[in-house]
Design a protein around this ligand. Structure first.
Ligand code: GLP
Length: 241
């Protein structure tokens, strides 16, 4: 595991974007596993800047996102579809047909999970999976206690995740109670993983993920067993290491 400790969010974003750009340059038809949330926003901005400067192209890139809220349509401002369009897809030359997220309003959730998992496996898994970290150690929406053997599934969100994510909604009642998420096994099938963690609120979780026991109680701790993980964090998030 490689750990980069950067000064602040800006430096984290630059380092993360450089790593993703290197992946794109090395293999221009890479499968990128993407994450939403505040952690990767700066990185997406850097990647858009690199695209505008002619340094990288997303023409042949295919993407699979980690998760999506259940009950939110693609055009809902709080959906992860909307987030990805806003921060990346609409700003680069990616073919929309090559971008994939779970369908939040699927009529049959079980079938949706199975077909999303099939899609990821048919692509051969992600070449590079980007991850953020929840304050309770979750990755994707895999909450504490999720078996490491789980593939794409429908999750009942914990109160702490609903509270943490409510900052992006008008009111807490608007936060969906369920979400589709790649499972831990899906995430671990990626060839390389990039974990981005910033801010003091994540310090405790990051210390447990990196130095605690590998346990389903701390979903991110499974990353200790992956052969190719890069962690990019700021000093605040690293304060308990
Ligand atoms: C959310 C998302 C995760 C994200 C994490 C951290 O609940 N499901 O995919 O990585 O929590 O979010 P943030 O980066 O906004 O702190």
């Amino acid at each position: 595991m490689k750990i980069y400790k950067e000064l602040d969010y800006d430096a984290v974003s630059k380092r993360a974007a450089a790593l993703v750009a290197a992946q794109i340059k090395e293999k221009n038809d890479s499968i990128l596993g993407l994450a939403t949330g505040s952690s990767p926003v700066g990185m997406y901005k850097e990647l858009v800047d690199m695209y505008n400067a002619g340094e990288i192209s997303f023409k042949n890139i295919r993407t699979v996102n980690l998760d999506e809220y259940a009950g939110l349509a693609d055009d809902d401002v709080n959906s992860y579809h909307y987030f990805m369009n806003q921060h990346l897809f609409s700003k680069v030359d990616i073919d929309p047909a090559n971008t994939h997220l779970p369908n939040g309003i699927a009529a049959d959730p079980e079938a949706e999970c199975a077909s999303y998992e099939d899609l990821i496996q048919s692509l051969g898994g992600a070449d590079l999976q980007i991850l953020g970290l929840g304050e309770n150690g979750h990755i994707g929406f895999n909450e504490p206690g999720t078996p490491f053997t789980e593939v794409t599934h429908l999750v009942d969100l914990t109160e702490s995740t609903i509270r943490a994510n409510s900052r992006l909604f008008e009111k807490i009642e608007d936060v969906p109670r369920q979400a589709y998420s790649m499972g831990i096994k899906t995430i671990m099938s990626a060839k390389r993983i990039l974990l981005i963690v910033t801010g003091t609120a994540k310090a405790d979780a990051l210390a447990k993920v990196l130095t605690g026991p590998v346990t389903e109680t701390v979903p991110g701790s499974v990353l200790q067993t992956h052969p190719d993980v890069t962690v990019i964090c700021d000093e605040a998030a690293a304060s308990q290491l």
